[in-house]
Design a protein around this ligand. Structure first.
Ligand code: PGA
Length: 252
């Protein structure tokens, strides 16, 4: 049984005050929802206010990035332990915007992933192809490369804890969503690849989220697919109404 995960990636939006308001209104509106894991990933500066906003609920706190070292002279960076002590239980790693604008490679993502697992954070690792790669018929090649790169040298026990997010880059923030079938095909492909790397249990239990212009209007069709276990939501997670609707679409 795979428990659905709906995660909101707030990117570089919301001051701490705005973040507190959104988090507390979500807490009030979602009191009855307990069959789904809800994760809010605000910017670093709003982690503590979101933590306050969701206090006493079963909403989880996550970050959008971290460094792989424990501490050191890395100006502007945040460590996994700092995230843990700020109340995070999740962290998004390898988002395509990190790969694109901050030159994150598979190697870097792998190092971050290992550190997150070592300290006990639940990583959400993003994989996905760009438009030109899809058009050139390279979707599976790219996704496999991201997957193998991220999971390199991960033990069975570690691999079990990783949540994967399939996010086709051409669908992020563009309003273009992968069709439910297009998305499910890649989710199935990812699951099959894991079968080659790990046990049947990892294959069956792996939580694979879809991300890329998930909206209240398309959430149900996407989430109804057999291999889609939840969503990583950007734009539509910034408002209570739209995020609540998406979360409710995941209730079976
Ligand atoms: P979007 O972003 O929902 O705004 O397309 C998703 C993401 O980047 O995680």
């Amino acid at each position: 049984m795979r428990i659905p995960v709906i995660a909101g990636n707030w990117k570089m939006y919301k001051t701490d005050k705005e973040a507190y308001e959104l988090a507390s209104s979500l807490k009030n509106r979602l009191k009855d929802v307990n069959s789904i894991k809800i994760v809010l990933c605000p910017p670093f500066t709003a982690l503590s206010s979101v933590k306050k906003g969701i206090e006493g609920s079963n909403i989880h706190l996550g970050a959008q990035n971290m460094h792989w070292e424990d501490e050191g002279a890395f100006t502007g960076e945040i460590s996994a332990k700092m995230l843990l002590s700020s109340g995070c239980s999740f962290v998004i790693l390898g988002h395509s915007e990190r790969r694109m604008y901050f030159s994150e490679t598979n190697e870097i993502i792998n190092k971050k992933l290992k550190k997150a697992l070592e300290v006990g954070l639940n990583p959400i690792v993003c994989v996905g192809e760009r438009l030109e790669e899809r058009e050139a018929g390279k979707t599976e090649e790219v996704v496999e490369n991201h997957l193998k790169g991220a999971f390199e040298e991960l033990s069975e026990k570690e691999a079990k804890k990783v949540v994967i997010a399939y996010e086709p880059v051409w669908a992020i923030g563009t309003g273009k969503t992968a069709s439910p079938k297009q998305a499910n095909d890649v989710h199935r492909f990812i699951r099959e690849k894991l079968k080659g790397l790990y046990s049947q249990e990892v294959y069956e239990s792996k939580i694979i989220l879809y991300g890329g212009s998930v909206k209240p209007e398309n959430a149900k069709d996407l989430l109804n697919q057999v291999d889609i276990d939840g969503a990583l939501v950007g734009g539509a997670s910034l408002k209570t109404d739209s995020f609540e609707k998406i979360i409710r679409s995941a209730i079976i």
